[in-house]
Write a protein that binds this ligand. Sequence first.
Ligand SMILES: [Zn+2]
Length: 167
Amino acid sequence: MPTTKVLSSTSPVRVESNDGAYRLVASRKVAAGATILRIDGIVQSYPSRYSVQVGPDEHIERPSTITAEEEERLYQWRFLNHSCAPNAALVGRDLRALRPIGRGEEITFDYLTNEFDMASPFRCGCGSPECVGEVRGFRHATRSLRRMLAPRAAPHVLELAKRHRLA
Ligand SMILES: [Zn+2]
């Protein structure tokens, strides 16, 4: 059975776990365009497994000394899963709803729109018709996929693509 934890009465999200797999779920309805959470933590210059890239050389990571309880309460973003057909997107450090999100719905974003070169690539199993398969970062996407992603990609990703002369 899945276990759920309510993080705080004001938070629109909760962490759910099922057999060791975590996901972030809306604990109430979220309007399109609403800010769901903010990516806060330690800034480091390199990507790691759960870090989120917010600038060309800026990756947000959790402090290494936190407890599991603190992680679920303060660093909810670490439990966000990738989807190739996401319902949320990062604007700077704010995670915003791309469309209305129903209570109980999993919240996802497209890692390829903010991660340039990921530390822990994986095979996506999102099941959407748009699924790209291997998720390694914008840098490793095919040219046609990069073109599709470009309108939604974060400014730092496009800046890095330019620096690496990716057409
Ligand atoms: Zn996918």
